[in-house]
Design a binder for this molecule. Structure first.
Ligand code: FE2
Length: 289
């Protein structure tokens, strides 16, 4: 399913492209089942709360190590004051990351399916490398906000190359916290980079003080997406998603791709261990030992 010239032009104009019915719903359901099995097997004693709060994340070795692992992160509101889970473990997880696509056969095959590989080829990758994957739960009542950001903040290359491939595994609507994006916002500057720091683990380096769009403000448009929709996101595109206070979960999966033809800085937060080199789209099913 290569993209048409009109679709590529829309991506270049807007910084995003919404492709309904790109992924079979049965494959989405298979991925949901696999993610639930991973959470089932996860021992919450190795806790990491995922929030967009700088302090929590920058001091968290568990987060840095997740570059080469399958790690579960809890919602910020998952625990009460005593440190006990408020809800069942299965609905308290915010996300799983960040090497699912290279460590789990189901995620490997899903990430390298033709719809995603062909969309990547269509938007101009020379040497696409799958660098990061995340399964996002956005559970009913508890699913947290993702602050307005640019993906290149977390995955900078020189020149910039990161593109996100985001799949709605369940219907994403305004009420359960769909993506919102700023049309054309990818032509703005990169605001900051998330880099490794020898003292604190990682930190944000501010690059440009141009403000990002206000959450819920007029610059952002909702990208409502039925299950099976593939959303392609330019690495500089500001995007945001709200809390999910609805009754319905909003599971999604995102894989981020960088170009091997670009330089990947040694101070990016995400550094894979040497035994887990980055791979492209070819060779699904040939996971590292
Ligand atoms: Fe993002």
């Amino acid at each position: 399913m290569s993209l048409t010239a009109e679709q590529v032009a829309a991506f270049e104009r807007d910084g995003f492209l919404v492709l309904p019915d790109a992924i079979p719903v049965a494959r989405c359901e298979e991925l949901i089942e696999r993610a639930e099995a991973i959470v089932d097997a996860f021992d919450p004693a190795t806790v990491s709360i995922f929030t967009t709060d700088d302090q929590v994340r920058t001091t968290d070795q568990y987060f840095l190590d997740s570059a080469s692992r399958i790690s579960c992160f809890f919602e910020a509101e998952a625990f009460d004051a005593d440190g006990s889970l408020r809800h069942a473990k299965a609905v308290s997880i915010n996300k799983i990351g960040h090497a699912l696509h290279d460590l789990d056969p189901t995620f490997d095959a899903f990430s390298r399916q033709p719809a995603i590989a062909e969309a990547a080829a269509s938007v101009g990758f020379v040497d696409p490398l799958l660098v990061q994957s995340m399964y996002i739960f956005k559970g009913p009542h508890i699913g947290g906000e993702v602050a307005c950001h640019q993906d290149a903040t977390f995955l900078w290359t020189d020149p910039g190359s990161v593109v996100g491939f985001w799949v709605a595994l369940q219907d994403a609507t305004i009420e359960n916290g769909c993506l919102w994006a700023q049309p054309g916002g990818h032509r703005g500057p990169l605001r900051r980079r998330f880099v490794q720091d020898p003292d604190t683990g990682a930190r944000f380096d501010e690059l440009d003080l141009t403000p990002l769009p206000e959450p819920g403000g007029p610059e952002l448009v909702p990208l409502e997406a039925p299950a099976g929709t593939l959303v392609v996101l330019h690495g500089l595109l500001p995007h945001w998603s709200d809390v999910n206070r609805s009754e319905r979960s909003r599971h999604a999966y995102a894989v981020h791709v960088v170009d091997g033809a670009a330089r990947y800085p040694a101070d990016n937060w995400l550094q894979r261990t040497p035994d887990l080199p980055l791979r492209g789209f070819a060779g699904a099913g040939t996971l590292h030992p």
